[in-house]
Ligand binder design. Structure first.
Ligand code: CA
Length: 229
């Protein structure tokens, strides 16, 4: 069972997918729009995305590339073309797999199961590691200590949790909503709550919002810790 985001503007296909995926025990969210899909990917954190390439507002390939900028979620792309050039382009743009329209519900379910197996196998050891190293930062989650270029950072509990979470997801833009949900465990808090802790963290890392090294704010989307400051 997984949470599946279906990005598809054809209402007939959308309804069919909701039924087919529901029958396999998946929970399904849908949208017809690329921008909405990007928001869902960052805020809803689905387990897998099924992305139609022909969308009304954004090119599906653009959605794919932008999604890759913010998330490692497995993405299955549904395309009407099955020529070699198209498939190569999709895989090179960050698709984990593809489906050629029209595809059967059985094939979709099997491909979803396959990408989920791969992503769970890939994230397993990562989830268990206790020491994160990102450029000059070393974060020991067992000892709850953080060092920058060998010097210990004196952090509050929230600052430590925020830094560890951002480092664990280095180079991904994380929405404030997602951070409130996964670090604070309080998604209903006001999003600016984070900014107070973020600016304290910046100060301790010796950087400023106007000239960031590690901690970058991506306007309107969220926050990212970069691995190549
Ligand atoms: Ca379409």
């Amino acid at each position: 069972m997984a949470s599946v985001l279906v990005v598809e503007d054809d209402p007939v296909i959308r309804t069919a997918l909701i039924e087919a995926l529901g029958a396999h025990g998946h929970t399904v969210r849908t949208t017809a729009y690329g921008f909405e899909a990007l928001r869902e990917i960052t805020e809803g954190a689905p387990d897998v995305v099924v992305l139609d390439l022909g969308l009304p507002d954004l090119g599906g390939l653009d959605v794919l590339r932008m999604a890759r900028g913010v998330s490692r979620v497995p993405i299955l792309v549904a395309t009407a073309r099955d020529d070699d050039a198209e498939i190569i382009r999709l895989l090179n743009s960050g698709a984990d797999d593809y489906l050629v329209k029209p595809y059967s519900a059985g094939q979709l379910a099997a491909r979803i199961a396959a990408v989920l197996r791969r992503s769970q196998a890939a994230s397993g050891p990562v989830a268990r590691r206790d020491v994160l190293r990102v450029a000059d930062l070393t974060i020991d989650r067992t000892a709850r200590t953080a060092h920058l270029a060998g010097a210990e950072l004196v952090l509050t509990r929230r600052e430590f949790d925020l830094l560890a979470y951002l480092a664990e997801h280095a180079d991904q833009v994380l929405s404030r909503k997602r951070i409130l949900t996964e670090v604070w465990r309080q998604p209903y808090l006001e999003e600016p709550t984070i900014d107070v802790h973020l600016s304290a963290l910046r100060r301790k890392l010796g950087e400023r919002a106007a000239r960031p090294r590690y901690l970058h704010t991506v306007r309107g989307i969220g926050i990212k810790l970069v691995s190549t400051p």
